[in-house]
Design a protein around this ligand. Structure first.
Ligand SMILES: Nc1nc2c(c(=O)[nH]1)N[C@H]1C(S)=C(S)[C@@H](COP(=O)(O)O)O[C@H]1N2
Ligand SMILES: [Mo]
Length: 370
């Protein structure tokens, strides 16, 4: 099976390649921010994010999908190519997993200079209960051939990036694709997927940054060489220079966020808090099923350990944490910092990355106490 090499056959739409910028947001960044909503941080209170409050990242257009007639093709290096209807997929058994998903670009907007793209601050994260059938069952039915070294997943959405036209597509190695955790999901929080979350079918790759969880999934192609699609090799790679080979973005890095306390100023979102005891609440998570070991609350640079809530079901959802702060009048900075079971801890400063990926620096919130 040879995969069509993406060659720009149309006038290149982004011939210059975008540049890094500092300062004011461009009109293009604002337009993207209006399409791709973040989760308001007060929604961290919910164990499971209400579907309409889960963050969204959609590269191209949301495909219009009529109710009936969807099918999923499995082809390439397989012994028994498949075309499966939704009903056939649902009949293959179902599981529900609670999964925290974060966009790899979360926090990009706070880098300087920043890559011109979706200008996320902190909200590109959410937790949902995804219901679907394990991907493994589908791949076993198709039977991966001995020469299959990669498995590519394509959505029904198509567009340009960097001048390259392509269907949104990502791949997983057979070892990961045949693992226990990856789902082909048709429901979110007990309801059919919303159009913006991939109706009628999507991949959910727990423990990974969101780019792997291909929405509007209509094609799986087993490959005899590593997938070279745009979203696999031309982005979602950690690197500091264009020349570098870099490291692919995969599992989420350990991270925590806090619900900004008190009340906000409408325009600046600055916080106003009454003096006295303030209950601080937040969430922490890591990638690849790694559990959270510790969360610390920082007050004006001094750290103390927070109390962890009971663990969530499974290994893939965020964990609540809480702490008490005795607020004294004046200006203060709150921060939170998580450590996972591997001993990985959030950095105090943002690592600079060309595409603005994997930013897990501690979350800081400025507060005025009266
Ligand atoms: N087909 C398709 N799948 C996609 C995307 C996309 O643009 N097209 N965006 C990816 C990215 S970058 C992220 S972070 C997640 C976001 O999933 P959500 O919008 O359901 O939160 O979907 C991923 N799957
Ligand atoms: Mo993303």
């Amino acid at each position: 099976m040879t995969h069509p090499t993406p060659v720009p056959s149309h006038p290149v739409l982004d011939p210059e390649r975008r540049q890094h910028v500092s300062g004011a947001f461009s009109r293009d960044e604002v337009a993207l921010a209006n399409r791709n909503a973040g989760m308001p941080l007060e929604m961290l209170r919910h164990d499971v994010t209400p579907a309409g409050m889960h963050y969204l990242l959609i590269h191209f257009d949301i495909p219009f999908v009529a109710d009936a007639g969807w099918s999923l093709d499995i082809s390439g290096s397989v012994r028994n190519p498949q075309r499966l209807s939704l009903d056939a997929i649902k009949a293959m058994g179902q599981v529900t997993t609670r999964v925290t998903l974060e966009c790899a670009g979360n926090g990009r907007a706070t880098a300087s200079p920043r890559w011109q793209s979706q200008p996320w601050e902190h909200g590109a994260v959410g937790t949902a209960e995804w219901t679907g059938t394990p991907l493994r069952g589908l791949l076993e039915r198709a039977g991966l051939a001995d020469d299959a070294v990669d498995v590519a997943f394509f959505g029904a959405d198509r567009g340009f990036d960097g001048g390259v036209e392509h269907d949104y597509g990502r791949s997983l190695t057979p070892a990961i694709a045949l693992g226990d955790d990856v789902l082909v999901a048709w429901a979110m929080n007990g309801q059919p997927l919303l159009p913006q979350h991939g109706f009628p079918l999507r991949l959910v790759v727990p423990g990974w940054y969101g780019m792997a969880s291909v929405k509007w999934l209509d094609r799986i192609v087993a490959l005899d060489k590593p997938f070279d699609g745009f979203q696999q090799v031309s982005t979602y790679v950690y690197k500091r220079t264009r020349e570098e080979h870099g490291t692919p973005v995969t599992a989420m890095r350990v991270k925590s966020l806090l619900v900004p306390p008190g009340i906000p100023d409408w325009y600046t979102r600055r916080r106003l808090v009454e003096r006295g005891t303030v209950e601080i609440f937040g969430r922490a998570w890591s990638g690849a099923g790694t559990l959270i070991r510790k969360v610390e609350l920082g007050v004006d640079g001094a750290w103390s350990e927070a109390t962890l809530d009971p663990p969530p079901p499974g290994r893939f959802a965020w964990r609540g944490w809480r702490a008490r702060w005795t607020a004294t009048p004046g200006e203060h900075e709150l921060a939170c910092r998580a450590t996972d079971a591997n001993g990985d801890v959030q950095p105090l400063e943002q690592r600079w990355d060309l595409g603005g990926f994997g930013n897990n620096m501690v979350h800081r919130v400025a507060v005025t106490v009266r």
